[in-house]
Design a protein around this ligand. Structure first.
Ligand code: PBG
Length: 338
């Protein structure tokens, strides 16, 4: 009988020991909360496929933003749902439309203590639900859409957005938005580019969250799941066009892409734990099949471990609350379940 010379188990014996050697940690400042605000709502409306997430009223949005600030989150990402939609997505450009007006209201409320980001895309505002303008043949017209994105970015920056986040996957979108922002005097507003965004079934519940009008899919502009090398091309293009941060989305099923991106990116990398990732955890936890808190924590640690500087997650506020409790409370009782 010979005994092992190496015993990695030594460093795993107690919560305190494991904490000492942890290579990855979560912090509230790593987390960005996506929020939905819907025009004309009188009370927050639950989203059935995302239990615990709501469409906010303009008033409840401000409370959520204050809570995010008080919890020390990195930021919030605003999505607006207009009362009326058209083929051009005009409500997204209107300085007084739901999204721009909400950016202004949130910014007035939280000041510089929270980074306010806005989704820069047409899909919430178009009656066909596509991320861009649709031409007579039914295709999403890349270059016509770019002009609209440029205008939209300027409107969001004028409303006070700290960061604009183009998510439409049009070729060249970062460059035109950068140029338009600069020309309008918004040189200091960074662009968080959804660089490697895949056409994904994991966005399913988001369609309910924004009452999407989409029939069909976005495969002509969002990336195709089988492709890995192509993601690096998308990231490199966005970096060359001036992206200040790049995003990989979805997160959990695309950790290889995230890891590749982190290896080549010289700017911060975000990852988006999307609506379907949230819904799957909630559904399994509701059935008692998994330990909810353990799996949420593990999923976010895994995304950070793969290389994300920060994570967009519908769990941001709840997890920040846990992290605060853990720092304040007796550690032996707050260690996550095995
Ligand atoms: C596009 C956008 C989408 C999501 C974020 N921005 C939908 C899509 O591309 O189909 C999905 C986010 C989620 O599923 O949580 N504006």
């Amino acid at each position: 009988m010979s005994f092992p010379e190496q015993r990695p188990r030594r460093l795993r014996r107690s919560p305190a020991m494991r904490r000492m050697v942890a290579e990855t940690r979560l912090h509230p400042a790593d987390l960005i909360l996506p929020v939905f605000v819907r025009e004309g709502l009188t009370a927050p409306a639950p989203i059935s496929s995302m239990p615990g997430v709501v469409q906010h009223t303009e008033a409840s949005l401000l409370t959520a933003a204050e809570e995010a600030r008080d919890l020390g989150l990195a930021g919030i990402m605003l999505f607006g749902i207009p009362a009326t939609r058209d083929a051009q997505g005009s409500a997204g450009l209107d300085p007084d439309g739901i999204l721009n007006r909400s950016i202004r209201a949130v910014k007035d409320r939280v000041g510089d203590d929270l980074v306010v980001m806005s989704d820069l895309c047409l899909d919430e505002f178009t009656d066909h639900g596509h991320c861009g303008l649709v031409d007579e043949t039914g295709e999403v017209d890349n270059d016509a859409t770019l002009e609209v994105y440029a205008e939209m970015g300027v409107a969001q920056a004028a409303a006070g957005a700290d960061v604009v986040a183009p998510s439409g996957m049009m070729d060249g979108q970062v460059a035109v938005i950068r140029q338009a922002l600069d020309e309008a005097g918004h040189q200091h507003v960074p662009i968080l580019a959804y660089a490697a965004k895949y056409a994904s079934g994991f966005y399913g519940p988001f369609r309910e969250a924004v009452d999407s009008q989409l029939t069909g899919d976005r495969k002509q502009y969002q990336m195709d799941a089988p492709n890995r090398t192509e993601a690096l091309r998308e990231v490199e293009l966005d970096l060359a066009e001036g992206a200040d941060m790049v995003m990989v989305k979805p997160a959990s099923a695309y950790l290889d892409i995230l890891s590749d991106t982190a290896a080549i990116s010289d700017v911060p990398v975000s990852a988006y734990q999307v609506s379907g990732e949230y819904a799957m955890i909630e559904a399994a936890a509701a059935n008692g099949w998994i330990n909810r808190r353990t799996v949420i924590t593990e999923s976010l640690i895994a995304i950070r471990r793969a290389g994300a500087t920060n994570v967009l997650t519908y769990y941001a506020a709840e997890v920040a609350g846990w992290l605060r409790e853990e720092l304040a409370g007796p550690r032996s009782t707050s260690a996550p379940a095995a």
